[in-house]
Design a protein around this ligand. Structure first.
Ligand code: FE2
Length: 372
């Protein structure tokens, strides 16, 4: 295992933050209802036939600083149709806020980025909206967005999304902490080099199969980050184990590489998980024995361990502090994308100490699907 706080990258261009995550889904209208009622997202913006767009619909939902876009194709020729046919519902675009789209795109291309879409400026009476995009693993892209000069709702061709009020418990979610990709066998270092070369990101965590394995399965993982720590992108690949690893199961059902999970930051995980559970979100079950020696493993923590046990929240400590985390079951029928809820109390880690307990739980679910 290798962990460093040292910045070893080169900031070729500044990425301010995650702007949004766009999902391609079969039926955005229904998915929107799920993310509203389960995760407390609020309707924000919409484009579709009513706004002059006849090829697809996009719903923008917001929860504090988190923006999710759910896009569904309206015909078989739209790119999302083939995408969904292959991957099922999932994350298409991990979009970044930048200052100068032209420059970022040019700079990325000069260092070998794979082009998706050239820079474009969309404008209307509310100002201008600039975007461009490059490809990454699987059929996932990174958009560069500068909407600092756009004063309308979201982007040109969007209107305010009005939906009837529904009831849910407030989930206290704050922002996107990290977005994790699963890539094919022996491709982890290939994509690490891509992020180092194209974005100048720094690799600050590395685990090999010796660090993360159970009786049956193993994985390798690295984490890349931007200089300002706002963008953290772990990448996993399968490693040889006795049986099929969870990463292989993902690759099989996603038909290739893609986004494995989105981690969402909260500043009160007990409140968040209580609310999410009441809203009907399903989380992975943790072996009850996990809590027996928790105090010995992590030392003093502010939270009541009984409460953590009741909610199945995990804890991990490193030199700089600790973190609390929990993982949902898959968000769709294919065992592909899931969400993580995380609260950081000093630690910038990813819950390495929890992988054992977590893997056992994931493998139990995998076994129930007949895929172990
Ligand atoms: Fe994570």
């Amino acid at each position: 295992m290798y962990i460093t706080d040292k910045w070893e990258g080169k900031e070729y261009f500044k990425i301010e933050k995650f702007r949004y995550l766009e999902f391609f889904v079969g039926n955005a209208k229904q998915v929107v209802h799920f993310y509203r009622s389960a995760f407390g997202f609020e309707p924000y913006a919409y484009c579709g036939p009513e706004t002059g767009i006849y090829t697809h619909v996009s719903y923008v939902l917001r929860n504090k600083k988190i923006f999710f876009i759910f896009t569904s194709p309206l015909n078989s020729k739209h790119i999302a149709s083939d995408w969904i046919k292959k991957h099922g519902d999932g994350v298409r675009d991990i979009a970044f806020s930048v200052k100068d789209v032209d420059n970022c795109f040019k700079s990325a291309m000069e260092r070998g980025a794979f082009k998706n879409e050239e820079p474009n400026v969309h404008s209307d009476k509310n100002g201008k909206y600039s975007c461009a995009s490059i490809k990454t693993y699987g059929d996932v892209i990174h958009s560069f967005i500068d909407d600092s000069e756009y004063k309308g709702i979201w982007a040109p061709n969007y209107q305010k999304l009005n939906l009837p009020d529904i009831k849910y418990y407030d989930t206290s979610l704050v922002l996107v902490d990290h977005v994790v990709g699963n890539v094919e066998w022996d491709k982890m270092d290939y994509w690490r080099e891509y992020y180092e070369k194209v974005f100048g990101f720094s690799t600050f965590v590395r685990f090999d199969e010796g660090d993360i394995s159970t009786q049956y399965s193993a994985l390798k993982s690295i984490v890349l980050r931007s200089k300002n720590w706002k963008i953290k992108l772990p990448i996993n690949e399968p490693a040889q184990g006795l049986k099929k690893s969870q990463i292989e199961e993902y690759l099989q059902f996603n038909e290739g590489a893609g986004v494995q999970h989105i981690a969402i930051l909260t500043d009160d995980i007990i409140n968040s998980i209580s609310a999410l559970r009441k809203n009907g979100v399903e989380f992975l079950d943790i072996p009850i024995t996990y809590y027996n020696d928790l105090k010995d493993r992590v030392g003093f923590i502010d939270e009541d361990i009984n409460k953590l046990r009741e909610l199945n929240i995990l804890v991990d400590r490193d030199e700089s502090g600790y973190l609390l985390q929990i993982f949902t079951k898959p968000m769709q029928d294919r065992p592909t994308l899931f969400l993580e809820i995380i609260q950081r109390k000093g630690s910038q880690g990813f819950g390495q100490g929890n992988f054992q307990a977590l893997f056992e739980s994931i493998e139990k679910a995998q076994d129930e699907r007949g895929n172990l």
